[in-house]
Design a protein around this ligand. Structure first.
Ligand code: SAH
Ligand code: AVI
Length: 352
C-alpha cells in the first residue's frame, strides 16, 4: 500500500495536469479534495497468493477485484454504456426517481460509497442533497486509485460545494480502518457489486458494515434482479466485445504483477447464467493447449483446450432473497425501490 504522503503528492500532480484552468480554480478544487489509503484491517492474500490458491482449484478461479486496474475501470465504464448492459441505466433511473425520498429520510452529513468507481450515478444523490439544502461530504472508497481521481475531478467540477475524501483500499480486507466521521452517514453500495460476492462473503461484508453503523445511519444497496436468462447473458457478452476485453484484461494484470506471459487472446470470453445458483458466471476459456510461465512465482501452468478460469460471479436477486441477505446481516430494510419491470432494486436499510 502506498504511504499517505505519497498519495498526497500523487493527488497534487494529478490536479497540476488539468489543462486550461486558472490556478485559483485549481487550488479551490484541491482544498476540497483529500485522498488517503485505508490500511487493511486483516491479512488478505496478495495477488500472488490468490493466483497460487486459485490456480490450484478446478475450475481455476481468480477474484474479481483484479479486473480494476486503470484500463479495467475504463472498460467497465464503457460496458455501462452498451445497449446490452441494462443495470447501469436502470439503476440510474431508479436513483433519479428515489433520491429525493432517500435523502429526505436519511438527511446525511456524510455519504460513504463502497466500490464507488466513477461515481456517475451517485450524482443523483448529490442533486437531491442540493435541492434539500444539504451539503454532505463524500467518501468514495475504491481499490482503483485512477478511477477515484477521475471521479473526484468530475464531481468537484459539477458540485462546487462538495468536498471529496477519497479512500483507496480493499473492502475485502475489512472496514475497521475506514475513517469514522461524526454525524449521520449514508453508506452506499451500488451497481449490483454485492452480487460479485458469494453469499458467505456478502453476509460477512454486510455484517461488518452493520457493525460500523450508528443510530441514524443508513445503508443504500443496489442489487440486480433475476430475469430472463437471455437478457442476463447478453448483458455479460455485449456485441461490441467490451466485456470480453474487460474479462481478458485480468490476464494483463497478472502478467504485469507476476512477470507472466499469458496471451489474453489465447482465451475466449464466456458468460453463462447458472439458473440453479441464480448467478452469471464469467469464464476465460483456453482456445488451445498452452503453457503459461509466471516468472515471479517460478511456476508454469498448463491449460488444456477448453479449460476454464472462473473470473467472476454476478448473483441476481429476488426481492425476497435480497431482503433475506440484509436481514442475515442484521440490517432492516425500511424502503424497497424497484423499477416497474423489476429489473433492479434499491433497498434502504438501517441496523436492526
Ligand atoms: N459502484 C459503481 C462501480 C461498480 S464496478 C457503479 O455502480 O457503477 C465495481 C467497483 O468496485 C470498481 O470501481 C472496483 O474498482 C471496485 N472494487 C472491486 N472490488 C473491490 C474491493 N475489494 N475493494 C474496493 N473496491 C473494489
Ligand atoms: C461491478 N459489477 C457489479 C459488474 C457486474 O455486473 O457484475 C461487473 C461486470 N462484469 C461484467 N460486466 C460487468
Amino acid at each position: 500500500m502506498v504511504a499517505y504522503e505519497e498519495k498526497t503528492l500523487l493527488k497534487e500532480r494529478f490536479f497540476m495536469n488539468i489543462p486550461l484552468e486558472g490556478a485559483s480554480v485549481r487550488s479551490r478544487k484541491l482544498e476540497r479534495f483529500k485522498c488517503q489509503a485505508v490500511p487493511a484491517a486483516r491479512v488478505v492474500p496478495t495477488l500472488a497468493e490468490d493466483v497460487l490458491q486459485g490456480f490450484a482449484r478446478r475450475p481455476r478461479v481468480l477474484p474479481p477485484k483484479y479486473f480494476y486496474d486503470a484500463l479495467g475501470s475504463e472498460l467497465f465504464d464503457q460496458i455501462c454504456d452498451t445497449p446490452e448492459y441494462y443495470p447501469t441505466r436502470t439503476e440510474a433511473r431508479l436513483l433519479d426517481q428515489s433520491a429525493h425520498s432517500i435523502i429526505c429520510q436519511v438527511k446525511p452529513e456524510h455519504i460513504i460509497e463502497l466500490g464507488s468507481g466513477t461515481s456517475r450515478k451517485t450524482a443523483h444523490l448529490f442533486e437531491a442533497c442540493e435541492a434539500n439544502g444539504l451539503e454532505p461530504s463524500y467518501w468514495p472508497f475504491d481499490v482503483c486509485e485512477e478511477v477515484l481521481h477521475a471521479a473526484a475531478e468530475a464531481l468537484l467540477e459539477a458540485h462546487p460545494w462538495l468536498s471529496v475524501q477519497a479512500l483507496i483500499g480493499d473492502y475485502s480486507a475489512g472496514l475497521a480502518h475506514l475513517p469514522q466521521p461524526a454525524g449521520r452517514r449514508l453508506f452506499v453500495f451500488l451497481g449490483g457489486t454485492i452480487g460479485n460476492l458469494t453469499p458467505e462473503e456478502s453476509i460477512a461484508f454486510l455484517s461488518e458494515l452493520r457493525g460500523l453503523m450508528r443510530e441514524g445511519d443508513a445503508f443504500l444497496l443496489g442489487a440486480d434482479r433475476t430475469k430472463a436468462p437471455r437478457l442476463l447473458q447478453a448483458a455479460y457478452d455485449d456485441a461490441s466485445g467490451l466485456t470480453a476485453e474487460f474479462n481478458r484484461n485480468v490476464l494483463n494484470v497478472i502478467n504485469r504483477a507476476l512477470r507472466g506471459d499469458f496471451n489474453p487472446h489465447a482465451f475466449d470470453h464466456l458468460a453463462l447464467y447458472n439458473e440453479a445458483l441464480q448467478r452469471i458466471e464469467m469464464y476465460l476459456v483456453a482456445r488451445h493447449d498452452q503453457e503459461v510461465h509466471l516468472m515471479a512465482l517460478e511456476r508454469r501452468y498448463g491449460f488444456l483446450h477448453g479449460e476454464r478460469i472462473l473470473t467472476e460471479i454476478s448473483r441476481k436477486f429476488t426481492a425476497e432473497s435480497l431482503t433475506a441477505e440484509l436481514r442475515a446481516a442484521r440490517l432492516n430494510p425500511i424502503r424497497h425501490y424497484q423499477t416497474e419491470d423489476q429489473y433492479f432494486s434499491l433497498v434502504l436499510a438501517q441496523p436492526s
